[in-house]
Design a protein around this ligand. Structure first.
Ligand code: NAP
Length: 526
C-alpha cells in the first residue's frame, strides 16, 4: 500500500550536512557543463547540426549545456511518433502508468541536490529556490501518480434498473507541452507527467532558456520505465517548432505555461481547424500575473514587510506569483515602506553557484535584463526610486553596484506609484516592486483588483471582517491571508489564475488530471 501524498520537505542550508551536499553537487555539475543533449523522438536519440546553447545567466562565458535543435521536420516526426505510440500507451493500465511517475519521483528524490545544482547554473536560482523547484517536481509526480490510481477505474454513477452503467475517463490523444523557463523542472515535470499518466503521448518543447534541466527530466522518465515515444523531447524555436506543433491536425491538446502574449497566440491558433482535424483542440493555458500584497492599518507590519520582500525578490522576482505591487493603507504607508526598504537593502546578490549561497542571482537572459532595466527607467518617471535601480548603464544614480559578468539587477523599489501606471499594470517579471498608497481598505481592494490579471494576491490584516470580505472580493486564483503570495504547494494550494492569468487549471489540484482526459459513459442493457 502506498503512503499518502505529502509535500517533499525542504532543507536548511545553514546546517552543515545539506550545505556540504549542495557544494558537492555543484562541484559535480560543474564537471559536466558543456555537454550536448540529443532530441528524443521515439527510441531515437538524434544529434542535429544546429544546437541551442544554454548559457549561465550569472556568468555569460559559461555554457551550461547544448541541446540539439529540432526543425519543423523533426516536429512533424515527433507528432507522428506520439500518435503511433498513443495506440499502445493509451491502453496501458492506469496503475502501471502511475507507477512510472512514482518511480520517477523516487529517482528525483535520490538526485535532488544534483537537480538543484543544475538549476543554480542554468537559472541562477538560489540554493533554496532550486531545491524547492525540485521538491515541487517530486510532489507533482507523487501526487498525480496517486490521483491517476483514484481516477483510473470506473467512476460512481447512479444505478439504474435493467442496465449496467459506468463512467470512465479516457485519454485525449497527442499533447503538446510548452513550459516556461522559470520553474524549469517543476512546471515541466508537472505538465508532462499529468499528460502522460492520463494515457496521452506528448511532444515536449522546452523553453529555450532552460532546455538542459528538461533533457535531464526526460532521461529520468526513461530510467523510470517510460516506453519510448510517450515523451518526445523536441527543443526548438517557439516561432518555428512551436507554431508547427500547435497548428498540427494530429495535436489533440496543448498544455502551455508562459506569458500572456504567447498564451493568447496559442489560444487563437488552436481555435482554427487544420485540414484533416476532427476535434476541437483543448487548451490548458496558464499565463502571467501582476500580483500584489495589500496591507491595511490593523496588520502586523513587520510580518507584512517580511512577506512583501520575500515575495517580491525571491528568485529575482521571476515568479508568476511574485509580489510586483505593494498596496499600503495611507496610515501605515511610510512605516511599512521604510521596513521593506530596510530589509531589501540587506539582501545579498551574486552567482548562486558559489559557496556564498546568495539570496538573489541574475535574471534569466539578455532580453529580460534589457526589458527589466527599461521598466525601472519607466518607473523612475512614474514614481520615486527608493532602492536598487537600473544596472545596465553602470551604477547610475541609484549608486547601487551589482556583480559583473552576468545579468544582475538589484532589488528595486519604486514608491508613490499611481494604480494605473505602467509599472503597476504590466508584468515586468523581475526584481521590481511598485508601491501604491490606498486611501482605505476598500480603495486598496479596488487597486488590487484593478489589473487585467488575477493570479495571486495577499492581504495582511487583523480585521476579521476584512479578511472575510477578501475571501469573496479579492479576485485572484490564489489568495493568501496574512502570508506572502508566493510558494504554493502541490495539493495544498492548487494553482492557477483568473482573467488574463489563464484558464485557471489549478495545477497540483484534484481536478487537474481531468483536463487531460474525456469521460466516456458506457451502458449495457441487461
Ligand atoms: P514565454 O516567453 O511565453 O514562453 C513560454 C514557452 O512558450 C516557452 O517554451 C517558449 O519557447 C514557448 N513559445 C514561444 N513562442 C511560441 C510559439 N509561437 N508557439 C509555441 N510556443 C512558443 O514565457 P517565459 O518567458 O518562458 O515564462 C515567463 C512567463 O510565464 C511569465 O509571464 C510568467 O508569469 C508566466 N508563468 C505563469 C505561470 C502560471 O502558472 N500562471 C507559471 C510560471 C510562469 P522559447 O523559450 O523557445 O521561446
Amino acid at each position: 500500500m502506498l503512503t499518502p501524498y505529502r509535500p517533499e520537505p525542504y532543507v536548511d542550508f545553514t546546517q552543515p550536512e545539506p550545505r556540504q551536499k549542495m557544494l558537492d553537487a555543484l562541484a559535480s555539475v560543474r564537471g559536466q557543463l558543456g555537454r550536448t543533449w540529443p532530441l528524443r523522438i521515439g527510441a531515437q536519440k538524434l544529434q542535429t547540426d544546429k544546437t541551442i546553447a544554454s548559457l549561465a545567466p550569472a556568468h555569460h562565458a559559461t555554457v551550461v549545456g547544448k541541446v540539439a535543435k529540432a526543425t519543423r521536420d523533426h516536429a512533424e516526426q515527433a507528432i507522428r511518433t506520439a500518435a503511433e505510440t498513443f495506440k499502445t500507451w493509451s491502453r496501458v493500465d492506469p496503475d502501471v502508468r502511475a507507477r512510472v511517475l512514482l518511480k520517477a519521483a523516487a529517482i528525483m528524490r535520490r538526485r535532488i541536490y544534483e537537480l538543484a545544482a543544475w538549476m543554480c547554473f542554468e537559472e541562477s536560482k538560489s540554493w533554496i529556490e532550486a531545491y524547492a523547484d525540485a521538491c515541487e517536481a517530486i510532489d507533482f509526480l507523487d501526487f498525480y501518480g496517486r490521483e491517476m490510481m483514484r481516477l483510473g477505474g470506473a467512476q460512481p454513477v447512479t444505478p439504474y434498473p435493467g442496465e449496467e452503467n459506468e463512467l470512465r475517463y479516457i485519454p485525449l490523444g497527442v499533447g503538446v507541452i510548452i513550459p516556461p523557463w522559470n520553474f524549469p523542472l517543476a512546471i515541466c515535470t508537472g505538465m508532462t507527467s499529468a499528460a502522460i499518466v492520463t494515457g496521452n503521448t506528448v511532444v515536449l518543447k522546452p523553453a529555450s532558456a532552460s532546455p538542459v534541466i528538461a533533457a535531464i527530466m526526460a532521461e529520468i522518465f526513461e530510467d523510470a520505465g517510460l516506453p519510448p515515444g510517450v515523451l518526445n523531447y523536441c527543443p526548438g524555436s517557439g516561432g518555428e517548432v512551436g507554431d508547427h506543433l500547435v497548428d498540427h491536425p494530429q495535436t489533440r491538446f496543448v498544455a502551455f505555461t508562459g506569458s500572456m502574449e504567447i498564451g493568447l497566440r496559442i489560444f487563437e491558433r488552436c481555435g482554427k481547424l487544420a485540414p484533416g482535424q476532427i476535434w476541437l483542440k483543448r487548451t490548458i493555458l496558464e499565463m502571467g500575473g501582476k500580483d500584489c500584497i495589500l496591507v491595511d492599518e490593523t496588520a502586523d507590519l513587520e510580518a507584512a514587510a517580511e512577506g512583501i520582500v520575500a515575495a517580491a525578490f525571491g528568485f529575482q522576482g521571476q515568479k508568476c506569483s511574485a509580489c510586483s505591487r505593494a498596496i499600503l493603507h495611507q496610515d501605515i504607508y511610510d512605516t511599512v515602506l521604510a521596513k521593506v526598504v530596510e530589509r531589501t537593502k540587506k539582501l545579498t546578490i551574486g552567482d548562486t553557484t558559489s559557496p556564498e549561497n546568495f539570496y538573489m542571482g541574475a535574471v534569466i537572459d539578455e532580453a529580460a535584463y534589457k526589458s527589466i532595466n527599461d521598466y525601472i527607467r519607466i518607473g523612475e518617471r512614474e514614481g520615486r526610486l527608493v532602492a536598487g535601480g537600473a544596472s545596465d548603464q553602470g551604477p547610475g544614480k541609484s549608486g547601487v553596484t551589482v556583480p559583473t559578468g552576468g545579468y544582475f539587477i538589484p532589488p528595486t523599489i519604486i514608491e508613490g506609484v499611481d494604480r494605473n501606471a505602467r509599472i503597476a499594470q504590466e508584468e515586468i517579471f523581475g526584481p521590481v516592486l511598485a508601491v501604491t498608497r490606498a486611501k482605505s481598505f476598500d480603495d486598496g481592494l479596488d487597486i488590487a483588483n484593478g489589473t487585467k490579471f488575477g493570479l495571486t494576491g495577499a492581504l495582511y490584516s487583523k480585521d476579521r471582517f476584512r479578511l472575510e470580505r477578501a475571501r469573496h472580493e479579492f479576485h485572484c486564483g490564489n489568495l493568501y491571508l496574512n502570508r506572502k503570495c508566493t510558494g504554493a504547494l502541490v495539493d495544498v494550494q492548487p494553482f492557477g489564475g483568473f482573467n488574463m492569468s489563464g484558464t485557471d487549471s489549478k495545477a497540483g489540484g484534484r481536478d487537474y488530471l481531468l483536463l487531460f482526459m474525456q469521460g466516456k459513459s458506457i451502458t449495457e442493457r441487461l
